[in-house]
Design a protein around this ligand. Structure first.
Ligand SMILES: CC(C)(COP(=O)(O)OP(=O)(O)OC[C@H]1O[C@@H](n2cnc3c(N)ncnc32)[C@H](O)[C@@H]1OP(=O)(O)O)[C@@H](O)C(=O)NCCC(=O)NCCS
Length: 243
């Protein structure tokens, strides 16, 4: 995995070997000067906090794209779902402090989802809503509530652009191991097989949980529409965002 760490951030690594995959990480600040003309359109009528998050996300997305030898391409949006250059899949995340993007060639990866959450983001009360009883019974410590929440968001960000399907937090269950996790759906849905075949990774860095969920290309388990996306050049077509 190619990796770029901006703004003097210490390097981290997920154990995922592929020269067709790249990550970039930077601090959230006003990076509007990094935006390409097509990306600036999204800034009309947004406040400073959103402009910082958006511009920082696009900045690390450009860096990650350079890691797979793509330069000067805008990352568009459909609803809020990022639209990547043809032949590429990717994902963006930002907290108040950090922005991370992961990109890959579609010939190797059909879907990627990345998420970052500050330690302690998920209270016990929220955990009761977003985690199953079994998930809560396996927590290593209270901070892992946030880790499991983040893993679910990474799964959603990988699968939603492929399937257009909304998944609630209780629709997906996470089983964590040592730096890795797997996910399964708790009801049959379009994403069930792809989620079961996906691979999750997590680590702690900069007082945040960082999670990544990937589905490799060529998996027969992908839904029909997703399989054609994975082999072709089409962009994601649906966004199902909840507040
Ligand atoms: C979409 C969602 C996961 C984004 O998470 P978030 O914590 O709000 O924000 P993050 O900073 O991590 O990620 C935001 C980025 O995700 C990307 N994104 C937004 N919606 C997306 C979607 N539907 N699919 C993939 N990526 C999406 C965008 O790039 C966005 O940044 P940008 O608007 O600056 O381009 C969240 O808002 C959501 O709707 N969650 C509900 C569904 C869910 O998570 N279910 C879990 C069970 S699987």
């Amino acid at each position: 995995m190619q990796a770029q760490f901006l703004d003097s951030l210490a390097p981290f690594a997920w154990p995922l070997e592929s020269s067709d995959l790249a990550v970039a990480c930077g601090r959230v600040a006003d990076h509007r000067e990094s935006l390409l003309p097509a990306e600036r359109l999204a800034l009309a009528d947004v406040g400073t906090v959103r402009a910082d998050a958006y511009s920082s996300g696009r900045r690390v997305a450009h860096e990650a794209l350079r890691g797979i030898n793509i330069d000067g391409c805008a990352v568009g949006k459909h609803g809020r779902v990022p639209v990547w250059p043809s032949g590429v899949v990717g994902s963006i995340t930002h907290s108040r402090a950090l922005a991370i993007a992961v990109v890959a060639r579609r010939k190797r990866f059909a879907a990627l989802g990345v998420d970052v959450e500050p330690f302690g983001r998920i209270s016990r009360r929220v955990a009761e809503r977003v985690l199953s009883e079994r998930e809560r019974s396996r927590l290593v410590d209270d901070s892992w509530r946030t880790l499991l929440f983040s893993a679910k968001e990474a799964v959603y960000k990988a699968l939603n652009p492929l399937t257009g399907e909304f998944l609630a937090f209780r629709d997906v269950e996470i089983v964590h191991g040592d730096g890795r996790f797997t996910a399964r759906t708790t009801r049959p849905c379009a994403s069930t097989a792809a989620i079961a075949a996906g691979e999750g990774f997590f680590l702690a860095a900069y007082d945040h949980w960082l999670t990544l969920f990937v589905c490799r290309s060529g998996a027969a388990v992908l839904p029909a529409s997703a399989a054609s996306d994975a082999s072709g050049e089409t962009a994601p077509t649906r966004s199902d965002r909840v507040a």
